[in-house]
Design a protein around this ligand. Sequence first.
Ligand SMILES: [Zn+2]
Ligand SMILES: [Zn+2]
Ligand SMILES: [Zn+2]
Length: 210
Amino acid sequence: MTEQQTEEKRYDPNDKTLKFVTRQDDITGEDDPDTRRAEMSCGHAVTPQSLTAWCRSLLDQGQHKFLCPALKEGTLHRCNAEWPYVEVRRLAVLTQEEQSHFEETMAVLAAAEYCEHKTCPGCQTFVERADITNLCVMCTICTAEKGRTFNFCWQCMKKWKGPGPRSDRCDNPSCTNPDIEKLAKCRYITLPEVKDAVGMLLKALVPGSS
Ligand SMILES: [Zn+2]
Ligand SMILES: [Zn+2]
Ligand SMILES: [Zn+2]
């Protein structure tokens, strides 16, 4: 492998599965006529470099979904199409090292999201918990609707009872920690568990991977 090849990833010009285009890169606006660009499923054009850099920056910000940042033609709205990882992997020409980094980060972020999102018992919308040491969680939607603060318990999933914040339980009699093991797993998730979760998520995300 020459030095240039290791530095710059390129599309295989003979790859018939890619749709090559000559217009500018929709992520960076770069329009070097000698660079080969390909079209994503949403119709926007990328290079392996621009796609890798964009998706890496999303992972760095804690986002594990790959959303297209290009503007819809003639508007100021982002395309926001979600690209499946298998598509990103192929069109970003991810190296082995990059694949490992992407897949592990995606799995860890997805696991964290699973642990820190629950459905509000009042309005059934997803609520994210900002403070993982506090079981007393406010739902902004219910609070706005009812015109007064609505807190629910992250453990028994009922309207919060008693003083907060607390990390063990609320004052509902049924709040007897049936979820304590699950909660403990989320809070003190250990490396072997992350590895298991990574394996499971990978199978779901990347069909055919072992
Ligand atoms: Zn797009
Ligand atoms: Zn609510
Ligand atoms: Zn409770």
